[in-house]
Ligand binder design. Structure first.
Ligand code: FEO
Length: 406
């Protein structure tokens, strides 16, 4: 049975939710699922904007057949060729032999790379930045958005009704559960964490490319009425809110003054140190603190929070004369995702050799940009002692001063 929602006149959401997939891109846990959004325009011509993951194609075809109501599908616009969106292209190509496909040069290159033989008999229309196309009443303009999130990406702007098909931009993890629009949910309360985790982990590396897209969007902002991303809610107001979030994340600026404490602890002694740290911070009035055991937290959550907070404390045992492996994985992910502009404090532990602190300091000073590593450190030999307690007081004072001055 079909399940569609009207967005504005002539335009419908025809996507589906996925609560079965455990790992998005086979990396990131999605305990709250994800939606694959696709859109259909019923004009003089019928048009689909992007498809969906293969796993939900049965629902998807029912949605399309219902809205077509016997008409042909005339056009498929492919803004993004990652398989969570292009998974049903071949199914549409088989079902609608007269369907013309519009995409970028690289979009068609990826279709060939993925082996989409079924598109061979279809008219392929290659578009680039600034090209326009008319489907009848509705005229669209194509805007290139490379690396948001793959190199082929387009966003498509309907100049007739102000709808922006924004590809992965402004998307989020989480299923829609019947709601479709941003004003049908409490996004700041219920979606922000998953929206940040999606953006920072999936596209975090490409902040400068997001900035380019935001600047292009700014030139038509007064004309944009609706933003239709490929995951998550459709935005029909409050654009300043989500654009501000994207602007901060893509400039690697923290959302909040606060402290992320990420620790590893083999036998509880390093954990004891960060518990003492958090209590001392609270006593000094710093309560916007979030603490994670990196051994029990998927790195995608750590990344989301390191993008959120202004200050980062890493507490790591020494392991094989190096940084504890899961902590090492976390900092390597920070590097891969281009994290910048944070103040970092380091706590190290080592029973027979303390190495992790120096290695962490060297990493932040040489591998990441604009990271301010505090001079005050805590160097634990097996378990906290009185000297460490004094070191912790100094570290807390340095953190408090840094937070209060920024
Ligand atoms: Fe949701 Fe880059 O694909």
């Amino acid at each position: 049975m079909h399940n569609v929602r009207k967005i504005v006149d002539d335009l419908y959401w025809i996507g589906a939710n996925d609560r079965r997939l455990a790992l998005f891109e086979n990396i990131h846990p999605i305990p709250e699922g994800v939606s694959y959004n696709s859109y259909m325009l019923l004009d003089e011509k019928t048009v689909v904007f992007d498809t969906v993951d293969w796993s939900v194609t049965r629902q998807y075809i029912e949605n399309i057949e219902y809205l077509l109501n016997g008409r042909e599908l005339d056009y498929l616009v492919v803004n993004h060729m990652e398989p969570d969106h292009c998974g049903s292209i071949e199914e549409l190509a088989f079902r609608y032999p007269n369907m013309k496909i519009i995409s970028s040069e690289k979009g068609f290159m990826f279709m060939r790379q993925f082996g989409y033989k079924s598109i061979a008999g279809h008219q392929l229309i290659e578009v680039k930045e600034g090209d326009t196309f008319s489907f009848g009443k509705h005229k669209v303009m194509f805007i290139e958005a490379p690396m948001v999130h793959w190199p082929e990406v387009l966003v498509t702007f309907d100049t007739t009704n102000g709808v922006l098909f924004s590809a992965d931009a402004f998307g989020s993890f989480k299923t829609l559960d019947g709601r479709l629009f941003n004003d049908e949910v409490d996004w700041d309360r219920d979606w922000l964490d998953e929206g940040r985790r999606y953006l920072t982990n999936i596209v975090g590396k490409y902040g400068p490319h997001i900035q380019v897209l935001l600047k292009k969007a700014a030139t038509i902002l007064d004309q944009i009425k609706v933003i239709c991303p490929l995951h998550g809610v459709v935005w029909r107001n409050n654009f300043e809110y989500i654009i501000d979030k994207y602007d901060k994340w893509s400039r690697y600026e923290p959302e909040e003054k606060g402290v992320l404490i990420a620790y590893a602890s083999m036998y509880g002694n390093t954990e004891n140190a960060v518990e003492i740290l958090a209590a001392k911070l609270a006593e000094k009035g710093i309560t916007n603190v979030k603490m994670f055991d990196v051994s029990n937290t998927h790195v995608s959550y750590l990344i989301s929070n390191v993008f959120k907070y202004s200050h980062l404390v890493l507490a790591s045992p020494t392991y094989n004369l190096g940084i504890y492996p899961v902590m090492h994985n976390f900092i390597m992910d920070m590097k891969a995702l281009n994290l910048q502009n944070r103040t970092v404090a380091i706590i190290e532990n080592g029973s027979w050799a303390r190495k992790s602190g120096d290695l962490l300091q060297e990493f932040f000073e040489t591998e990441l940009k604009n990271m301010n590593v505090l001079n005050e450190k805590v160097g634990i030999t097996s378990a906290m002692n009185n000297v460490n307690n004094d070191e912790m007081d100094a570290l807390v004072d340095a953190l408090v001063e840094s937070i209060n001055k920024n």
